[in-house]
Design a protein around this ligand. Structure first.
Ligand code: MG
Length: 416
């Protein structure tokens, strides 16, 4: 029986809010419930205060210094028994705290890497929603987890689906180096296709509001843009490679507009297993928290006769160049995924701020990757030797800077 004290990194974001709803619901059942020990947010102090009053954690982290100061003053005025920490050091401290039995990491972006690594090194049980951390440093994190005995349970709906399909099958069958059993022929990730899959004509000038209107999933802004560019599916292929020890060539992608089948496993005998449900993150979140047990959830039961049809199409790599770029970075390995991810995070920020067009996102990432190939003094090495943490952080910082600079140039060309 594992401990029941949970800390949540990213408690005011979309996954964090859903997780607290799940925890509130689980509280009613004996055995499945959690005690919230720590909460962390970037800067949404008003919402974090409400969460503190309801869940009574003993520690909170506010990433930004001015917002952390406000939180601390409030906690003192109310004489709360609450530690208030800040910055990435605060996140790391919460992640590895002895009182954190279970960590849900749901921050957005590579900023979650160092706190995740702290939790992995401390051998924690971890529900992982922060895919970017695994993209940039998957080899390092999985290797550290093998050494410390940390358990990483996927929250991402596709990976939760595969994880559920492999229950009772792959337990104890992974080899020493983390490779999955040979009986797995392929993992198949499903993709809704995002906001523009059915749209005709050029996508270059689509608006931020259009890109944020996802057809099936309600999610945070960054991942919704990543879904519209199909970057998200490329990142998820790399994520699946690390989580399940399956090479990237054996991971397929299929567009499934209904978002009912969340992913599949194909075995060597031709059998396929799939996991189905309504698209609702509260299900994969709850499974990650209670695995291997299952409890009643807030998710509406699926009635197949209401769904009637499930469709599948191949992805269009030409219209969605981010998907090819992400997969190329994944195949090259080494620090390439960190470069792709850093370039993407900066480009998506620029698009959301109205500084570059939708078509500018893949253009900028492509240019950053071409520049990286020729950049002296940075480590690119691939599959044979995993890059060090210092190599990864250097590649990430370089890619963000290069991407921001290219976004600035892109903006000038747009206006002239
Ligand atoms: Mg997903």
């Amino acid at each position: 029986m594992h401990g029941r004290r949970i800390s949540i990194l990213g408690s005011t974001g979309s996954i964090g809010l859903n997780a607290l709803e799940v925890i509130r619901k689980l509280g009613r059942f004996s055995g499945g419930g959690f005690r919230v020990w720590g909460l962390a947010a970037q800067r949404n102090v008003p919402l974090l205060k409400k969460q503190v009053l309801e869940f009574e954690p003993r520690a909170v982290v506010v990433y930004e210094a001015d917002a952390a100061a406000e939180m601390l003053a409030w906690a003192r005025r109310r004489r709360l028994r609450l530690s208030v920490w800040q910055g990435v050091e605060g996140l790391e401290r919460l992640a590895r705290a002895p009182e954190t039995d279970f960590l849900l990491s749901s921050v957005v972006g590579a900023v979650g890497l160092l706190p995740l690594l702290s939790a992995v090194r401390a051998g924690k049980r971890i529900a992982l929603a922060n895919k970017e951390a695994l993209i940039v440093a998957g080899d390092l994190l999985m290797e550290s987890a093998r050494r410390s005995g940390a358990e990483i349970i996927p929250v991402d709906s596709e990976h939760s689906a595969i994880f559920q399909c492999l229950q009772g099958y792959a337990a104890g069958r992974r080899s020493q180096n983390g490779e999955s059993p040979r009986e797995i022929r392929r993992l198949i990730l499903t993709a809704s296709g995002g906001a523009f899959y059915r749209r005709k004509g050029s996508l270059d000038g689509v608006s931020v509001a259009e890109a944020l209107s996802h057809p099936t999933w309600k999610m945070g802004n960054k991942i919704t843009i990543d879904s519209a560019t199909l970057t998200n599916k490329g990142l998820e292929a790399i994520e699946a490679h690390h989580l399940f020890g399956v090479p990237l060539e054996k991971i397929g992608i299929v567009i499934h507009p209904q978002s009912i089948i969340h992913s599949l496993v194909e075995f060597t005998d031709g059998a396929m297993l799939a996991q189905l449900s309504h698209p609702d993150m509260r299900l994969p979140i709850q499974y990650a928290l209670t695995h291997p047990a299952r409890y009643p959830s807030l998710v509406r039961p699926l009635r197949l006769e209401e769904i009637q049809k499930l469709e599948f199409y191949p992805p269009d790599f030409r219209r969605f160049p981010c998907l090819s770029l992400a997969l190329t970075a994944g195949r090259r390995g080494g620090t390439w995924p960190a470069v792709f991810n850093g370039a993407n995070e900066a480009a998506v920020r620029s698009f959301l701020d109205g500084r570059i067009s939708f078509g500018g996102v893949p253009r900028v990432i492509g240019k950053v990757m071409r520049a990286f190939a020729a950049e002296p003094g940075l480590t690119r090495n691939g599959m044979r030797r995993p890059p060090s943490l210092a190599d990864i952080l250097a590649a990430d910082a370089w890619a963000r800077k290069k991407s921001a600079c290219l976004c600035e140039k892109e903006r000038k060309t747009c206006r002239s």
